[in-house]
Write a protein that binds this ligand. Structure first.
Ligand code: ZN
Length: 150
């Protein structure tokens, strides 16, 4: 374990303990229900999109440390981003957790998203890490939907 890996472990633990943007959003323009039955993760993602900009993004629900930290990191990264940027980050994140970008490159290029690079070594946790992202991805394409990893 390198020091950087420990640092990224800390990011996940911190965001799990103190998740950011972890509440309902009354004026959301999109509400997406995301479930990962394998682990029991279940979150609702709230998006407020105006003129193709993500003005606000929040989430609530419950699940394991990785899924909650991932939702927290995602909302902090995406707030204020354009829908196009969000799609690019979704693709980047997917490359990180499926191991298409190696750990060192992930740290350099992707900041906090790199915290989830270690997940690639544990296939069962990839769905935990990507649940909130998949829900967001569906939300910016469609109206209110429900998604499941199964
Ligand atoms: Zn999980």
């Amino acid at each position: 374990m390198s020091d950087l890996r420990e640092l990224y472990q800390d990011i996940i633990m911190d965001h799990n303990k103190n998740p950011q943007n972890f509440h309902k959003l009354e004026n959301a323009t999109r509400v997406i229900d995301g479930k990962n039955p394998l682990c029991g993760d279940h979150y609702t993602i709230y998006l407020l999109i105006e003129n193709d900009i993500i003005k606000d993004i929040c989430f609530d629900g419950s699940g394991c440390a990785i899924s909650k930290a991932s939702g927290s990191v995602m909302t902090t990264i995406l707030k204020g981003k354009s829908v196009k940027e969000a799609e690019e980050l979704f693709n980047n994140f997917h490359d990180v957790v499926t191991g298409k970008i190696n750990f060192d490159d992930a740290i350099i290029d992707l900041g906090k998203l790199g915290a989830f690079a270690g997940v690639a070594e544990f296939p069962s946790r990839v769905k935990c890490a990507s649940l909130a992202w998949h829900a967001m991805h569906q939300g910016i394409k469609n109206e209110n939907v429900e998604i499941s990893t199964e």
